[in-house]
Design a protein around this ligand. Structure first.
Ligand SMILES: [Zn+2]
Length: 445
């Protein structure tokens, strides 16, 4: 009683978790007014509660579904959607008015598509929140996407790429290494599955593996895209907004004689053709990306773009693919003794691996409420790692590009030539206790 009495005396800015919102996309005064108005609104309290969950869990998205009576909410953490408790429409409306005000949108408009941005901060964690709202027949749908100002991931190793794969990739991307030749030309393909498979992050990390201080790379992207925001790589934009066409933009950049070209999410055969010609006639390098579920599928997709297979066979050097798998929480993961038969199935020598790890399982004998692990909030996982495979060119692959350019053939040849498949890479992560059997099966399904 005393507590609720006390709560009634509190100002909304003093209630709820210590989340700070800030309007950022308007003028100074406009931002300040919006920020203060939201701090004073009672809607800031449910807004702070939901944001605290999203920020502490490092969520990538929240979806709000407004129906006549209630608001259903889902949070995406490490690629998995979680349902949050449903809240009533009145609280949901006040909360949405806060988000819309922060993003300088119209809170009264529940129909039109509106998009904007603001920032939310919880202790040391600060995220940019892009909001998109759109009326639906039953109410409104709102999506908030989170991103950090600067991506802390910098290298393929940070993503979980093992040294052996990394060193092979570095060889193809022209990094000087003590052993073996330094290759300075060829077509490199970087890929990951679509819909949150991490291709943007992989793209930046893969390019950062190149020696960008010794060798000059230029990127080509449609207007409005900034995929190649990598230090020392300049982006050349093309499209309706800039009034520039892709091919003349590339031709102009070629005059400056760069060492390499970077084209994310390549889909235009004319661009691929221009890159292939530069590789063949000027000994340049080109790195491109596509969405694909395996290194072999990525190569097949590039082959299918329509450039002559003879040309692709001549320029192709390697295809790097990544699949994301959730990382076991290091605070609460549990060791277990695997059955010798399981180790045998996984191809792990029993002499090397004594124990594997699994997600935290509460002991059924323990009664009473056990507080969830503070590191992962009881999810059992925190963050993600990449599983990698690198398909490298050889004479058999070249032949297949010309005669049988399909994923199954490429994969079979690559495995026969010693490629460490994604499954094998996952088994190594399993043996190192980074991920669990179930998670690996889910990630590779
Ligand atoms: Zn944990």
């Amino acid at each position: 009683m005393a507590k609720s009495q006390q709560n009634q005396d509190l100002h909304p800015s003093e209630m709820g978790p210590p989340v700070e919102f800030k309007a950022t996309t308007g003028g100074n005064e406009e931002n300040q007014t919006a920020t203060i108005r939201c701090r004073q609104s009672p809607g800031s309290v449910p807004a702070k509660h939901i944001m605290a969950q999203a920020l502490s869990g490092d969520a990538s998205r929240i979806v709000f579904d407004y129906s006549a009576q209630a608001v259903a909410m889902q949070l995406e953490v490490d690629g998995m959607w979680e349902n949050l408790p449903i809240i009533d429409r009145q609280n949901g409306d006040m909360m949405l008015a806060v988000f819309k005000t922060l993003a300088h949108l119209d809170p009264a408009d529940r129909q039109s598509k509106q998009t904007g941005e603001f920032t939310a901060k919880l202790e040391q964690i600060e995220k940019i929140c892009s909001i998109e709202s759109q009326g639906t027949p039953t109410g409104e749908r709102v999506l908030i996407k989170f991103r950090v100002k600067k991506d802390p991931l910098k290298t393929l190793s940070d993503l979980g790429c093992r040294d052996s794969t990394l060193n092979s990739f570095k060889k193809w991307i022209g990094v000087y290494q003590q052993e073996g030749p330094t290759i300075t030309k060829g077509l490199l393909i970087v890929s990951a599955p679509e819909n949150g498979g991490g291709l943007s992050t992989l793209w930046r990390c893969a390019l950062s593996a190149a020696d960008r201080f010794m060798r000059d790379f230029v990127a080509f992207e449609p207007d409005g895209s900034n995929e190649t925001s990598v230090e020392n790589i300049s982006i050349n934009h093309y499209g309706a907004e800039s009034g520039l066409e892709a091919i003349p933009t590339i031709e102009k950049a070629i005059l400056k004689e760069p060492d390499g070209f970077a084209v994310p999410e390549i889909s235009d055969p004319a661009i691929l053709e221009a890159l292939c010609d530069q590789i063949l006639t000027m000994d340049r390098m080109a790195v491109v990306s596509v969405n694909a579920n395996s290194a072999a599928e990525a190569l097949a997709k590039v082959c299918a773009l329509g450039v002559s297979s003879q040309k692709i066979a001549e320029v192709f050097s390697c295809s790097l693919n990544m699949r994301l798998s959730r990382r076991l929480c290091s605070n609460c993961k549990q060791p277990f003794l695997p059955h010798p038969q399981l180790l045998q199935q996984l191809g792990l020598p029993q002499t090397h691996v004594q124990e594997l790890y699994q997600q935290y399982q509460p002991n059924p004998a323990e009664t009473g409420e056990i507080p969830p692990c503070p590191q992962c909030n009881g999810r059992g996982f925190k963050g993600r790692i990449g599983l990698f495979e690198l398909l490298e060119v050889n004479d058999h692959i070249k032949q297949a590009i010309i005669s049988q350019p399909n994923p199954a053939t490429f994969h079979q040849i690559a495995e026969q030539s010693g490629m460490v498949s994604m499954r094998q890479d996952g088994v190594v992560q399993l043996a190192q206790g980074t991920t669990s059997m179930q998670e690996l099966q889910r990630a590779l399904a």
